[in-house]
Design a protein around this ligand. Structure first.
Ligand SMILES: [Zn+2]
Length: 237
């Protein structure tokens, strides 16, 4: 009986040492991962103005196939018409941001439906589709007055690289505009609203992956200490 107790004691001491050793090695691994993470180049692809009945699903098909997460700044009334696209975005680990209810120009202090209503209605549409409220917004046309900005309790996100897809509508020019201008921490502006954008996307992802870029959502980019490089684009301070 005493021998058995001793065996148990040794057994438990062994388990204790094993657990201790394992947790030390686990935290060493965690530390290694963080260092490794900091060395990578991150980029956030963002798509504005959707969801579009055709092109948003086409963009999501490509993201799903390439296992890439992006960020969508959706227009509220379109989100109400197409909530299943927003559900799919979240299923694919994409982030959803607020792009106002009606794509309102908020550069002047007078906004037809009111700034708060434009933002709240869009956030409610996102919540109705996904069960989550957005934490980021992008003002339509990238413009907003200081007065209007103060009324919005979300983080403002603009962009660092403009694909100009809405104006050039040319696959190769869109690809060039992006791949020639991106660097670690870039936020790329695109629209899930044009055929040429959809056609350019697989090549954009392949080229950037080949150059060692890792795709992140905007909020992930902020968490990954890339925020210092992006501070001028997060103009909520
Ligand atoms: Zn827009």
């Amino acid at each position: 009986m005493i021998k058995l107790t001793m065996k148990f004691k040794i057994f438990f001491i062994f388990i204790f040492i094993f657990t201790l050793a394992f947790s030390v090695s686990a935290s060493a691994n965690d530390a290694a991962d963080i260092t490794e993470t900091d060395d990578k180049k991150y980029i956030a692809l963002t798509f504005d103005d959707g969801p579009h009945p055709k092109y948003t699903e086409a963009v999501l098909d490509i993201l799903e196939e390439k296992k890439v997460a992006a960020t969508f700044f959706v227009v509220g009334f379109r989100a109400e018409l197409q909530p299943e696209s927003l559900k799919r975005m979240r299923k694919l680990n994409c982030e959803i941001g607020n792009h106002t209810q009606t794509h309102a120009d908020m550069s002047s202090d007078y906004v037809k439906n009111g700034v708060t209503s434009e933002i709240e209605k869009c956030s409610e549409a996102i919540f109705a589709a996904t069960g989550e409220y957005p934490v980021i917004y992008r003002p339509p046309f990238g413009r907003i007055s200081k007065t209007n900005e103060k009324k919005i309790p979300l983080r403002k996100v603009l962009w660092t690289v403009d694909s100009l897809d809405w104006s050039i509508k040319n696959k190769n020019k869109i690809i060039n505009n992006i791949v020639k201008n991106v660097k670690d921490g870039s936020i790329v502006l695109m629209h899930d609203f044009y055929d040429s954008t959809v056609k350019a996307l697989p090549e954009i992802i392949d080229i950037l992956t080949g150059e060692g870029f890792v795709f992140a959502t905007v909020s992930e980019l902020a968490e990954l200490s890339k925020i210092s490089k992006l501070q001028e684009y997060f103009l909520d301070g």
